[in-house]
Design a protein. Structure first.
Length: 192
């Protein structure tokens, strides 16, 4: 079985030593369009906050950690509220690293749940604005990657859990936009 390695420092995936692009790299033109007018230092601050929130939620889910940086407590509370409001959603995986076997791209899926309707993929976002189009492309790629690894486990829905500093959340059910992702992948691999 091929070995997938992830180097967190550079956010790089390798399959048996061969570099794989990440979903984020592939859909970078979409992100550039959204974030092009935002100051780079503001983006770095937001990225750091998002990383700390993700890590806190992962450690809370996996290791029952309950001590967090004060500036992210509201986000963690929003996540806890979401879990209380959805008691039938059983968390199967948190921070699940995998790759698409056919298209050879890497990804880390925030959360995968078993629900009454089937398996769902859920990604966490700490942004104040919703970017449903871009997010649907990202999660469609995750869905295809997961299903390429587990053909008998079909993903019924893809969601974004948008969590806020005030402890509130929005759960966005997204439509599948895999064709847009394939267009991004074709542009990414196009030799200029």
């Amino acid at each position: 079985m091929p070995e997938l390695k992830f180097i967190e420092k550079n956010h790089q995936y390798f399959l048996d030593g061969f570099p794989l692009p990440s979903v984020s790299e592939i859909i970078k033109p979409l992100h550039d369009k959204i974030y092009k007018n935002i100051n780079e230092s503001m983006l770095e601050i937001a990225s750091d906050k998002g990383t700390r929130v993700h890590r806190a939620i992962e450690f809370m889910s996996k290791y029952n950690l309950n001590k967090f940086d004060e500036d992210i407590i509201g986000y963690v509370d929003a996540y806890k509220r979401f879990r209380i409001d959805n008691p039938t959603w059983k968390l199967l995986y948190s921070e699940f690293r995998t790759y698409n076997k056919a298209l050879l791209y890497g990804m880390t899926i925030d959360e995968i749940y078993q629900t009454e309707k089937g398996i769902v993929i859920c990604d966490l976002k700490t942004t104040s604005n919703a970017h449903l189009g871009s997010w649907s492309v990202q999660l469609s790629a995750y869905k295809a990657g997961f299903e390429s690894q587990y053909p008998n486990k079909k993903v019924t829905d893809i969601y974004i859990l948008q969590i806020f500093k005030d402890g509130k959340y929005l759960l966005h059910r997204l439509k599948d936009n895999f064709l847009v992702f394939l267009s991004c992948l074709e542009i990414y691999r196009f030799e200029v």
